[in-house]
Design a protein around this ligand. Structure first.
Ligand code: BG6
Length: 493
């Protein structure tokens, strides 16, 4: 284990993300020795907090992880708080002074990581000021970590990117997509490229369709204001889903180096068919809103706090993505995601074609041969399963569908690093593999913007916004999308 040396400056240190994810992840890295003596954290936000109070907050956020209280106290002593108004240039002077002081105290060698855990409208201004006010060092590394949303369409993302690029080079910008930090998302390439039985079949000759499901049981909770302005297409499809699709679609990279993988992902995203006309969009993508569930006392989306009572923002999206390249032409990639669905689960089904001729009995039997399906379980289960056919034990030739599972046990899962922990360490190591490159972000917006534009031009009366009862798997139109092609959402996992 190499000890890393860096000053973390967290903008938005009083916020939910810092409390829920960043402090615990830093503590995990600390316990494992990835950061130890030579690190410090400056937390900034508007509120007036003292260092002592900040330490209490940090300790509270890691309380479930503490084994040795002395160790935890020592960890918290590396944290410093500075009340900061991001638009006031005078405040950056204090920030610079404190940064230099800590750099000396902890021997940080000018290595700086700026984490913007706050509303995106401030990303540009912070990046600009960091440079203008001399917070970027010349003797160490300087890296900027930002969270989505990265724009709300291509235009705004491009504008934001240009603003960031005035202070940071592309290779200094780490755009977080926390799905890329998940164990099983990182495992997609491993299972694809190290198994002959999959690598050799990974194309349109042998694969019938691919299904990607990211379902959630929660509604919009207290994020109504944010969510109503965005919707599921921007919140989940533009980033997480298209990143997963890119990993499934891409050609084998030359190596596992960040740059090699990115090049392939960018090519993959460029090969997704863009839907331009309303007919194409409506044929391939559907949107819906949850309508509540009286039995369970759940209200409909439009009755949620901070949601416009006439909102036509979608809380569910299902779509058919088509990949126009040599490997994938003709194989639909079905995707779906939504709030208040029946389960909180993320999984991918790769459904193979059926054998050309079935010689086994199909009548008066309880099971018939079914297509092989490889399932990649991303969460809460982590692992793989494979559906195969075999003969039922006994006389005759009746079929039995077999599920082979390799699901990581609880201990393994518990010891597996959290997404944010992995990503923070990658960033410390300067490894961009599991972050979104600007070319990926921009290409994803091109795909999503066209769909959005068609939807925005169709008002509520157009009949293109469907409803679903809460805690079901979405509207019937989502099933019809697959039925039109002779498929259905695989129910098992
Ligand atoms: C976030 C979305 O990016 O991902 C949330 O903004 C969503 O709306 C969350 O709930 C889901 O992440 P996970 O890791 O819980 O599947």
């Amino acid at each position: 284990i190499t000890q890393n040396t860096a000053l973390f400056t967290i903008f938005g240190a009083t916020g939910d993300l810092a409390h829920r994810k960043l402090y615990p992840s830093l503590f995990r890295l600390y316990k494992k020795g990835f950061i130890r003596d030579n690190f410090a954290v400056i937390g900034t936000a508007r509120r007036e907090w003292t260092d002592a109070y900040y330490h209490e907050v940090v300790l509270d956020s890691i309380k479930d992880l503490i084994e040795d209280p002395e160790e935890a106290k020592k960890f918290a002593s590396h944290f410093y708080y500075l009340s900061h108004n991001v638009t006031d240039s005078a405040h950056y002077v204090h920030l610079k002074d404190l940064s230099e002081k800590l750099d000396k105290k902890y021997d940080l060698q000018g290595n700086r990581l700026f984490y913007l855990a706050m509303a995106p409208e401030f990303f540009g201004i912070i990046a600009e000021r960091l440079k203008l006010e001399g917070l970027i060092t010349t003797d160490g590394f300087n890296r900027l970590i930002i969270e989505k949303p990265f724009g709300r369409d291509y235009e705004s993302a491009d504008q934001l990117n240009k603003q960031l690029r005035r202070s940071f080079e592309e290779n200094q910008i780490f755009r977080i997509d926390h799905y890329l930090g998940k164990e099983m998302v990182q495992n997609i390439s491993a299972v694809r490229f190290s198994n002959m039985i999959f690598e050799s079949l990974w194309n349109n000759k042998y694969i019938d369709n691919v299904q990607v499901t990211l379902s959630e049981t929660v509604g919009v909770e207290d994020r109504g204001g944010y969510y109503d302005n965005n919707g599921a297409l921007r919140d989940m499809v533009q980033n997480h889903i298209l990143q997963i699709v890119a990993l499934l679609v891409m050609e084998p990279p030359l190596s596992l180096k960040g740059e090699d993988i990115r090049n392939e992902k960018i090519k993959a995203l460029r090969s997704l068919r863009l839907y331009d006309t309303p007919e194409e969009v409506n044929r391939n993508f559907i949107r819906a809103q949850y309508a509540g569930n009286a039995e369970e006392g759940l209200v409909g989306y439009r009755e949620e706090p901070n949601v416009n009572p006439e909102s036509i923002t979608e809380t569910f999206v299902a779509g058919r993505i088509q990949v126009d390249n040599f490997r994938w032409k003709g194989v639909p990639f079905y995707i779906r995601t939504g709030k208040q669905l029946a389960s909180k689960e993320t999984y991918i089904h790769i459904q193979f074609k059926h054998v050309a001729m079935n010689i086994f009995p199909t009548e008066n039997v309880s099971e018939v041969a079914e297509p092989n399906v490889l399932t990649i379980h991303i969460s809460p289960l982590e692992g793989f399963s494979l559906r195969l056919n075999a003969k039922r034990v006994g006389q005759g030739t009746e079929m039995k569908n077999i599920h082979m599972h390799h699901i990581y046990d609880e201990d393994t899962q518990l010891n597996s690093p959290e997404a944010y922990e992995r990503l923070l360490l990658d960033c410390l190591n300067g490894d961009p593999t599991n972050f979104s490159h600007w070319d990926e972000v921009s290409q994803s917006w091109h795909f999503v913007d066209r769909i959005r534009k068609v939807w925005d031009e169709q008002d509520a009366s157009s009949g293109s916004l469907f409803e679903y009862e809460s805690h079901t798997m979405g509207p019937k139109e989502s099933d019809e999308l697959l039925a039109k092609d002779g498929f259905h959402w695989n129910q098992f996992n």
